[in-house]
Design a protein around this ligand. Structure first.
Ligand code: 5AD
Ligand code: SF4
Length: 454
């Protein structure tokens, strides 16, 4: 008889790439471990870390500190740290945190089972942060899983002056298109509906492959796969957003009407210092082309305030660009100096107080645009992919529109995982409230949102 499986708890910080990596960790360990949601019963506790800003790293440190007590109560517990902080700090982490058993970087996921086994038998902590290309083991898709994150490339060659990613995740490398298409086809065959393609800069996908292929070509290969209702991707670099990719939004039915296009700043001077390779005018021109190709497009962005040298006028230029672009949603951050990056050495760092004040002003402006975008949806009938039961009440369901806004509505739990029709009734700052149109036939998911308005 097989031994009962041990319990694995994974705490994930950071981006969707990390979420995808955590899923892969669970998969490579599945022979010996089953995932638990309860950290106190874990035999193996893994923290998948994020290094993008200082605050993200600090959260990892404080969690590690608090786990000392758990480790004392459960001496057989194996505690491991993976992801970007582990890749960046390697052995230093072990010195700083003596109750740690295992450190593995972003390239070491497939070696996890050996590392865990060695950590269990040997009292010496294990470190594995060697760079190198990890072969991707064939993914297994759980029945009932309707959304998949599929990593199409690793690393980044852009070296934006504020960003630690190229130093942590390494050089850009694209997975072969056949491997990606097979993974998606497997997922759809198991009943999957929505696929999100992930990379630090998906627009440069395919460079360096033996048979080069562009990202729009990859989309055209994935888009028609039978059963695919929704296709998304992230992240796009504005400089590399080609006319071909913009056109894909109007042409590929499953491609959702949502684009995340991080602009970072509206000031040309700052964009240049960031080494972004575009100016505010080029960015806004691309937005105009996109809106013509896909009138219902929802556009979201990332913004940094307080980059070194940012004057009040530079910041004002960011607010002006936000107004011109009318983003549906913006993720905004105070600039955080990161080790190894060029901007960390720039002389004219902005004070914490000014950063806080600018972030506040920026978020107040964005809230107005987000709410307006939500209000425009009120009264419309939309397709929702139901993702889960709401945390607040068991009769409430929670899902997303093709344009990515969150919708809460009442309905039976059997709807989870299905595409349904919902009438949008209320706009809130962070979500929408809707009513399930039970009598409507389930949507095919092949109609652009714009065509469904009534
Ligand atoms: N400080 C603040 N924000 C940063 N980002 C990346 N690096 C930094 C940094 N050093 C933001 C960018 C990026 C998002 C993922 O995180 O806006 O698009
Ligand atoms: Fe970082 Fe720039 Fe690469 Fe994005 S494109 S991961 S911001 S270096």
């Amino acid at each position: 008889m097989a031994l009962p499986k041990k319990k694995l708890f994974i705490k994930t910080f950071g981006c969707q790439m990390n979420v995808a990596d955590s899923q892969q960790m669970a998969q490579v360990l599945a022979d010996d471990f089953e995932v638990t949601e309860r950290p106190e019963e874990a035999d193996l506790y893994l923290i998948n870390t994020c290094a993008i800003r200082h605050k993200a790293e600090a959260k990892v440190q404080s969690l590690l500190g608090s786990l000392k007590a758990l480790k004392q109560r459960r001496p057989q517990l194996i505690l491991g740290v993976g992801g970007c902080v582990a890749q960046r700090q390697g052995e230093q982490l072990l010195t700083a945190v003596p109750h740690l058993d295992l450190v593995f970087g972003t390239h070491g996921i497939y070696r996890l089972p050996q590392l865990v086994r060695r950590a269990a038998y040997r009292p010496v902590a294990q470190v594995e942060t060697a760079a190198g290309l990890a072969p991707s083991p064939r993914r297994h898709w759980a029945p009932g899983q309707v959304q998949a994150l599929v990593t199409i490339m690793q690393g980044c060659d852009n070296f934006c002056t504020f960003c630690v990613v190229p130093y942590v995740r390494g050089r850009e490398y694209s997975r072969p298109p056949g491997e990606i298409a097979a993974e998606v086809a497997d997922f759809l065959a198991a009943g999957g509906k929505e696929v999100t393609l992930l990379g630090q800069n998906v627009n440069s996908y395919g460079r360096g492959l033996p048979q080069p292929i562009t990202f729009p070509e990859l989309l055209r290969r994935i888009g028609p796969l039978p059963g695919l209702a929704r296709l998304r991707f992230t992240t796009s670099h504005p400089r590399d957003l080609s006319p071909e990719l913009m056109a894909a939004f109007g042409e590929l039915a499953p491609l959702c009407e949502h684009l995340h296009l991080p602009v970072q700043s509206g000031s040309d001077r700052i964009l240049e210092a960031m080494h972004r390779g575009y100016g505010s005018r080029e960015y806004l021109e691309k937005v105009a082309v996109l809106r013509r190709a896909c009138p219902g497009l929802s556009l979201t962005t990332d913004l940094i305030v307080g980059f070194p040298g940012e004057s009040e006028a530079d910041f004002q230029a960011t607010l002006d660009l936000m107004t011109a672009a009318a983003f549906d949603q913006a993720f905004s951050f105070k600039y955080s100096p990161r080790p190894q990056t060029r901007a960390a050495t720039f002389a004219d760092q902005v004070s914490e107080g000014v950063k806080t004040e600018r972030l506040q002003r920026l978020q107040t402006l964005q809230e107005k645009f987000t709410l307006k975008a939500h209000e425009r949806l009120v009264g419309q009938r939309r397709e929702v992919l139901v993702e889960k039961l709401s945390k607040r009440s068991p009769e409430q369901l929670c899902g997303r529109l093709r344009t990515n806004q969150v919708v809460n509505f009442s309905g039976p739990p059997e709807l989870v995982g299905r595409l349904v029709q919902v009438r949008i009734e209320q706009a809130h700052p962070h979500s929408l409230k809707g009513r399930w149109l039970a009598d409507r036939p389930p949507a095919e998911g092949h109609h652009p949102e714009g065509a469904q308005g009534e």
